[in-house]
Write a protein that binds this ligand. Structure first.
Ligand SMILES: Cc1cc2nc3c(=O)[nH]c(=O)nc-3n(C[C@H](O)[C@H](O)[C@H](O)COP(=O)(O)OP(=O)(O)OC[C@H]3O[C@@H](n4cnc5c(N)ncnc54)[C@H](O)[C@@H]3O)c2cc1C
Length: 476
């Protein structure tokens, strides 16, 4: 079979791969994008927004961020495990990356903070899917070729220089070789790889909302080619999540019961029925995930008065800390009714607290609720210091318990790259022509906890790193 020669082969057509494809096309590089899924966009389709500092939109809104202060705070947050030089390079070009996306036709609905974060998230109009469509069309217009249902298998190299790539057609099982001196790995991290995830977080309570295709292929390909094994980095936790191991987690992403149980800072208890945390920890989704995993089981407990309040009066706290949060949970009573009628295991209801405690073997629940209601009456959380505005009593039956797992969107890290996103070998030297971008490289930004303080940071990094790698190839 004829083997085609490309300037560049990009593995993965998600947010980072598509950003790289557009950049490569605009520099007239003969570029091929291989995508193992049938469709384009990867997890980029679900993204709410991307980080930028000093973007056109922030200037319009008068938002000024001191880049050095952000860098310092992020290094502190990561316990200096983040790579300062790479992070700085990213921050310095993050605003212009948003401007570039905007010039291509990607629209942004707004920019702001999530909770007490830096105001860095630029929310895509129409979500990530709309942005992905713009990028794909632009890349095609620039002559970039796409193949779907084909998964990269191994990198061909001689003398530490990439020579090509072997990929397997997912339908026929047949392998095909593509000749190129440059391969960009953009496979989206490893949230869907159980072995790697077990090394990162050993828990059966993770509810993965990724697209199922983030199986760590980029890591495996880079390691096979001699790339250095860096620390596995961080899970991108989305805070608490309805615990239902029987159904794909994405089915609960729009659940109002899930929002009530995880986002509203109402009472959480553990497997004994004891309170264990200030529930407004969900200001930082990753901290909330960490806190939940300190216990063997976690239940969110609330009463009918809370349901009525959330349905008719309004939220206690913005959902997802997001500027695009709804005002009320109008469908909450309906959802509760339907879940109880279909005997969903994650939801338990009882007329009294004693009955709820007995049903779930939460021996200490009655005492916990008595204590908690006293804190509510006093208006101060002397146990864990939750903000008084989230202290709501649990007094009016029926009572509800929702079992919680931890949502996870992505897992990043595992490969060390330099400032041009080249893969480094064990000695810290680049492997010729091998680049890693997006989630596959984003471990460079974090320590063991994802940078929720900088919302939009993986999506912003996906676009930045894709362009960064291509610009290096062009300069070479
Ligand atoms: C529900 C959800 C919401 C999110 N929201 C945000 C947000 O608001 N802000 C934010 O910053 N981040 C968010 N993220 C994180 C998101 O993963 C990244 O921001 C972004 O998608 C990373 O881009 P990527 O190109 O690295 O990965 P992806 O966009 O996932 O793309 C990877 C692509 O590689 C393909 N692939 C994998 N292996 C192979 C192979 N062997 N051969 C060929 N193709 C392969 C995959 O099929 C996929 O299409 C969210 C994630 C999820 C799941």
């Amino acid at each position: 079979m004829e083997q085609k020669q490309y300037d560049l082969v990009i593995v993965g057509a998600g947010l980072s791969g598509l950003s790289a494809a557009v950049e490569a096309g605009s520099h007239h590089l003969k570029t091929l994008v291989l995508e193992k899924g049938r469709t384009i966009g990867g997890n980029g389709n679900y993204v709410e927004g991307a980080l930028g500092i000093d973007s056109y939109l922030q200037k319009q809104h008068g938002i000024k961020i001191d880049k050095l202060a952000v860098l310092k705070s992020e290094l502190d947050y990561s316990h200096y495990e983040a790579n300062a030089a790479h992070l700085k390079h990213y921050f310095d070009h993050s605003g212009e990356t948003i401007d570039w996306l905007h010039r291509l036709g990607v629209e942004f609905a707004g920019v702001g903070a999530q909770g007490d974060s830096w105001p860095t998230i630029h929310a895509f109009t129409g979500g990530g899917h709309a942005a992905v469509q713009v990028l794909e069309q632009k890349a095609r217009d620039l002559g970039v070729e796409f193949l779907t249902s084909i998964a990269a298998q191994r990198i061909l190299s001689t003398d530490s220089q990439v020579q090509g790539l072997v990929a397997k057609n997912e339908t026929t099982g047949l392998e095909q070789t593509f000749l190129t001196k440059h391969v960009l790995l953009a496979t989206g991290g490893y949230a869907d790889n159980p072995q790697l995830m077990k090394q990162l977080v050993n828990s059966s309570r993770l509810m993965t909302v990724s697209d199922g295709k983030s199986t760590g292929d980029g890591l495996k390909l880079a390691w096979q080619a001699g790339g250095q094994h860096a620390s596995l980095g961080a899970p991108q936790f989305g805070g608490g999540f309805i615990y239902d191991p029987m159904k794909p987690a994405f089915m609960y992403m729009g659940s109002e019961l899930g929002a009530a149980a995880t986002q509203e800072a109402i009472l959480w208890v553990n497997e004994q029925g004891e309170r264990f945390i200030n529930e407004d920890v969900n200001d930082n989704m990753c901290n909330a995930g960490n806190a939940i995993l300190t216990q063997s089981k976690v239940y969110s407990i609330f009463d009918q008065a809370a349901v009525d309040h959330l349905e008719k009066v309004g939220l206690y706290k913005k959902v997802g800390n997001s500027p695009v949060s709804p005002d009320k949970l109008a469908k909450l009573p309906e959802e509760i009714k339907a879940d109880l009628a279909s005997h969903q295991r994650f939801l338990t209801s009882a007329a009294t607290i004693d009955e709820l405690a007995a049903k779930l073997h939460l021996a200490k629940l009655p005492q916990t609720i008595q204590n908690y209601n006293q804190l509510v009456a006093a208006g101060i959380d002397t146990d864990y210091g939750k903000d008084a505005k989230y202290l709501t009593s649990v007094t009016d039956g029926p009572f509800y318990a929702v079992e919680l797992g931890v949502g996870i969107a992505a897992a990043i890290g595992g490969i060390r790259v330099d400032n041009c996103n080249r893969v480094l070998n064990d000695y810290g030297y680049p492997i010729g022509g091998l680049y890693v971008i997006g989630n596959d490289a984003a471990g460079m930004m974090v320590g063991d906890t994802y940078a929720v303080t900088l919302p939009g940071s993986t999506a912003g990094y996906a676009s930045f790193s894709g362009r960064n790698a291509v610009q290096h190839i062009v300069e070479e």
